[in-house]
Design a binder for this molecule. Structure first.
Ligand SMILES: *Cc1c(COP(=O)(O)O)cnc(C)c1O
Length: 388
């Protein structure tokens, strides 16, 4: 019996999922096998060798497709492996136009690995009027968007830039890691491919590294599946299972991440030791109107600047935290704090960091789903004790 059309909060649980036909198992089984029996050469049940296809991975691929309102999903061993597959759609001489404040690992993959194969890159401020038009040329083949960006929480008008890029024939890709499909569905805004580091909100429990792609294009899906199989950067069945299990509570977690993010942003804004808070839910955030239109809510990521804008002050603050953990990554149930200038963005030249607003006293928070009273108390005691 086919399922009725479901709402997002039901698709997280049921999207692309059905009880295992051989046993009735309600949860997707972990098919820990590399190969599948054939009755005669080429006569099989759709699975031959697990690099090409594995039923646990297939279930996850159907799940992300349903959450991103896509026809096709693909799963990889990490977010960067998924990005690597997308870049392999290009050939030498082709150019990618990308947001100028990309995730550091994406920037490194572009400029250290793909540059040496003759792919060209231009980094522009996609929030600036006319920036994309000024960058477009006959070699431009792909537009790479992040919104909100890391760690300054800048917002790109996805529908507007996607429209402009597609008029020039570019493939439009959105890294939707920070928002998750609960908050934002880029394919519905005109993107061709949506990419996730599922390591973050989708899996949501800081226990797996995994990447996902989704698209409505038959042609792009076919080429990406070919690259997935021929390059082989797939995820294992256990990791696919963990991600599927995490996705079942995505809507519940995101709702709480958003509530806690809002409460903490508002608390920090009033604190005398804080000079600025970057969170798109504030009416005076430059991307607020676009974020309100293209996102369901404003998420659990925020950054703030300490009044005394130095590394020493940032380290003093981070050392005093007791509930927030100082760590790379984001999007898990537990709250994390980071120092972008020395952690995620350490590889950027200092002048570029300064230009983006990533000063030494900037702190990034991934607000988790704990009791908000404990999170505010933790940040409060750390800020209040900075002088001692
Ligand atoms: C973490 C992250 C990536 C890379 O994903 P991995 O799973 O770590 O390989 C890409 N983009 C963004 C926005 C991320 O936060």
């Amino acid at each position: 019996m086919s399922k009725p059309d479901l709402h997002f909060n039901s698709l997280t649980i049921h999207g692309g999922q059905k009880p295992d036909p051989s046993t009735g198992a309600v949860m997707q089984p972990i098919f820990q096998t590399s190969t599948f029996a054939q009755a005669a050469p080429g006569e099989h049940q759709g699975y031959e060798y697990a690099r090409s296809k594995n039923p646990t991975r297939s279930a996850l691929e159907k799940s992300i497709a349903s959450l991103e309102a896509a026809a096709h999903g693909l799963a990889f061993g990490s977010g960067l492996a998924a990005i690597d597959a997308v870049l392999k759609l290009l050939k030498p001489g082709d150019e990618v136009i990308a947001s100028n404040d990309l995730y550091g690992g994406t920037y490194r993959l572009f400029t250290s690995t793909f540059k040496q194969f003759g792919i060209k890159f231009q980094f522009v401020d996609l929030g600036e009027d006319g920036a994309l038009k000024g960058a477009l040329n006959s070699d431009s083949k792909m537009l790479w968007i992040e919104s909100p960006t890391n760690p300054m929480m800048n917002i790109v008008d996805i529908a507007a830039v996607a429209k402009e890029a597609k008029e020039s024939g570019l493939v439009v890709v959105v890294d939707n890691t920070f928002a998750s499909p609960y908050l934002q569905q880029p394919l519905n805004l005109g993107a061709d491919i949506v990419m996730h580091s599922a390591t973050k909100y989708l899996a949501g429990h800081s226990d797996v590294v995994l990447g996902l792609l989704a698209t409505n294009s038959e042609v792009l899906a076919g080429r990406l599946a070919f690259i997935q199989n021929s390059s082989g950067a797939i995820c294992g069945p256990m990791d696919a299972f963990l991600c599927l299990r995490g996705i079942k509570t995505l809507h519940l977690r995101m709702q709480r991440h958003c509530e806690n993010g809002r409460a903490l942003a508002e608390y920090l804004k009033e604190h005398p030791e804080v000079s600025a808070v970057y969170w798109p839910g504030f009416k005076n955030h430059p991307g607020h109107n676009v974020a309100s239109a293209q996102m369901r809510d404003f998420g659990g990521m925020l950054s703030f600047r300490l009044k005394q804008d130095t590394k020493e002050e940032a380290v003093r603050f981070l050392r005093k935290l007791r509930v927030f953990t100082l760590a790379e990554s984001l999007g898990g149930v537990e709250s994390l704090a980071g120092h972008p200038a020395s952690m995620t963005h350490a590889s950027l030249p200092p002048e570029e960091r300064a230009q983006l607003g990533i000063s030494e006293g900037l702190i990034r928070l991934s607000v988790g789903v704990e009791d908000i009273r404990d999170l505010i108390a933790d940040v409060s005691q750390a800020l209040d004790n900075l002088k001692s």
